[in-house]
Design a protein around this ligand. Structure first.
Ligand code: NAP
Length: 286
């Protein structure tokens, strides 16, 4: 498969610096590939040199874009995210796109070395932290965009963030934790949009559709086998994230939840956004 686009499109993101967390696989990889095809400079975040290297070679081959690199960070560990942000700022003086696309599913409850439940840490708090740590670079790159992956709208609408036990001290369930984190990402994305009003930085969340994923790779059998079975039915592309990250049509749209490149109704109680923001500040020490 090749992503090389027609001449009028291939330079649309030329000179744009795009940081794609989770860029080595799944939604992040599809987003990075789509943006590379539009001429962007891409920096992937990964914990794994060989996985990042393979993805970079593939993206270069598929798009002909050589401006693809990676940087190390473990997004389950806040000190690693902070150290990464500092290294990123030494290397780049501006940022045009932050794609919050790292994520995972953790079947059994685990805590990070910093004592935070791991799904909350990777699937939500890492996005909160990196977005806040890189805001000054996004300001310098403005007009700039933050896009944040979520999940199915129906699931997210129907779930509540359990502020009394957001880290599932009781009754952990990997799917419930992932859906709660997905809601947190959408509420955070909209809350962030309000806080960034007038800065030239937009913040939107998106439902990626069904994209090839590595999420089942660490599952025990037979779940791993089932995950492999569905891969041929999933897409290598994520049109919605690439649209949100690049299209002039959405340059001034902010605080929305997109699916299939269209905004969907998603409303939340502003008190939920404020409470989540304050809790996230506490949990990240910002
Ligand atoms: N795929 C879909 O169709 C789909 C649909 C709805 C929602 N989502 C959501 O999108 C998110 C990503 O899913 P995916 O399908 O892209 O998964 P994936 O194929 O497994 O990719 C996950 C990415 O996240 C990165 N990552 C995971 N843990 C990390 C950590 N501790 N530190 C740094 N990076 C980390 C991985 O990087 P390294 O392993 O290289 O470090 C990898 O690049 C998940 O939250 C998922 O729920 C996906």
């Amino acid at each position: 498969m090749t992503f090389i686009l027609q001449n009028n499109e291939e330079n649309m993101m030329k000179d744009k610096i795009c940081l794609v967390t989770g860029g080595s696989s799944g939604v992040g990889k599809a987003t990075a590939t789509g943006l590379a095809a539009l001429g962007a400079e891409i920096i992937l975040v990964s914990r794994d040199e060989s996985k990042a290297g393979e993805t970079i070679s593939l993206i270069k081959m598929q798009t002909g874009n050589e401006k693809i690199s990676w940087m190390y960070a473990d997004f389950s560990v806040q000190s690693s995210i902070k150290e990464f942000a500092a290294r990123f700022k030494e290397r780049y003086d501006r940022l045009h796109l932050l794609s919050n696309t790292a994520g995972m599913i953790q079947l059994n409850r685990e805590e990070t070395p910093e004592g935070i439940e791991k799904t909350l840490a990777v699937d939500y708090l890492s996005h909160f932290l990196i977005s806040n740590l890189l805001i000054d670079l996004l300001r310098k790159g403005s007009p700039s965009r933050i896009i944040t992956v979520a999940g199915g709208l129906r699931l997210i609408r129907n779930v509540k963030i359990n502020f009394n036990d957001i880290q599932f001290q009781k009754g952990y369930n990997g799917l419930k934790a992932a859906v709660q984190a997905a809601r947190a990402r959408v509420v955070f994305s909209a809350e962030l949009a309000g806080r960034l009003s007038g800065t030239g930085i937009t913040s939107n969340a998106f439902q990626p559709g069904f994209v090839k994923t590595g999420m089942g790779n660490n599952f025990p059998q037979p779940l791993r086998f089932m995950s492999k079975l569905i891969q041929p039915f999933l897409s290598n592309e994520c049109k919605t994230s690439v649209y949100l990250a690049s299209s002039p049509e959405v340059e001034n749209i902010t605080g929305k939840f997109f699916g299939k490149s269209k905004p969907h109704d998603f409303s939340y109680d502003p008190a939920e956004g404020k409470r989540l923001w304050e809790l996230s500040l506490q949990l990240t020490g910002l």
